[in-house]
Design a protein around this ligand. Structure first.
Ligand SMILES: [Zn+2]
Ligand SMILES: [Zn+2]
Length: 309
């Protein structure tokens, strides 16, 4: 039941020696997905010993080069290495035209199925469903169409309270129904409410990714209460007007977003190449939202279990 995020690129538009362009590996119970795919992503996968053929799904926030230019190369390498399993790519409208043009001029005929799902809507909706989790997408506020994502575990089955099975002589079928939330009706017609029979083992974990975007209160409903929010923080306070002009966040605005959305922890990323040290940006965020960390390339974060308080 692992739920980990590996940072493979924490830089903004221009890569540096220590920060590559945006890319993350999300691993939920062994299902590996890419979240953005900047340059160098395939090298990073090798460096971190992630089998690229094990990735089945890619989610792109938008089609700026620092989030996307690693994808054609990765798709091509998967092809050259004999991939046969399908690959699904979710991205804003335009991705199909971009990829098809590149593969046409390079004479590439993929030997595996590439499923392209173009996102073009203005609400928050489920776009991808796996057995133990789902992925929602919602629009951000950037200079081109951009989507944020929320990775959300399914509600786990309820636990039977101690002694309940024997007290009511429940069959396996009845146990399963109660674990799924049903009340129990005794043979003489008495209704036992589910709350008297079960405990919630833990809350489903949720991870949200907002990169790139300007601040807007309309983001709050999509990310409210997530365990971990990864938000871009391209600039510090001194560049707030530049951030607003270019539809980016400062570290302080990212912290404001985290505080207003009531998230558990904030992860800052997408740092401008002008910052050699991240401490000043981190300090600006910490003053507003104390549970903040700054991403570094290679960082792995495990989203912890939470029990109901
Ligand atoms: Zn960017
Ligand atoms: Zn951008």
């Amino acid at each position: 039941m692992n739920f980990t995020i590996t940072i493979m690129g924490s830089g903004a538009a221009i890569p540096t020696f220590t920060r590559h362009c945006s890319a993350q590996l999300v691993n939920i119970n062994g299902v590996k997905m890419l979240l953005d795919c900047g340059e160098s992503t395939q090298n990073y996968l090798r460096q971190y010993h992630v089998k690229m053929q094990s990735i089945r799904t890619v989610f792109l926030s938008h089609l700026h080069g620092d989030h996307f230019f690693g994808l054609p190369g990765l798709i091509s390498t998967m092809h050259l290495c004999g991939r046969t399993e399908p690959l699904t790519v979710y991205a804003p409208k335009g991705i199909r035209q971009a990829l098809e043009m590149l593969f046409q001029v390079s004479g590439t005929e993929l030997r595996y199925e590439l499923n392209i799902v173009e996102l073009d809507f203005d609400d928050c909706r489920i776009i991808h469903q796996e057995r133990s989790f789902r992925v929602k997408a919602f629009p951000l506020h950037h200079s081109v169409p951009t989507f944020g994502y929320v990775f959300e575990e399914e509600q786990p089955l309820l636990n039977l309270r101690r002694g309940v099975r024997d007290r009511y002589d429940l069959t396996p079928d009845e146990c399963l129904k109660v674990k799924n939330g049903a009340d129990y009706v005794t043979p003489d017609g008495k209704v036992i409410p589910n709350a008297e029979l079960t405990n919630l083992p833990r809350l489903p974990r949720r991870y949200a990714y907002c990169c790139d975007t300007a601040y807007n209160d309309d983001l709050l409903s999509s990310i409210a209460g997530v365990d971990l929010l990864c938000a871009e923080s391209t600039f510090d306070n001194a560049f707030q007007s530049v951030a607003e002009e270019k539809c980016h966040l400062t570290a302080a605005l990212a912290a404001r977003l985290a505080a207003n959305a009531g998230v558990g922890q904030l992860l800052l990323t997408h740092f401008s190449a002008r910052y050699k040290e991240l401490e000043p940006l981190l300090q600006e965020a910490l003053q507003i939202f104390p549970n903040t960390v700054a991403a570094t390339d290679g960082m792995v974060l495990e989203i912890p279990f939470r029990t109901k308080s």
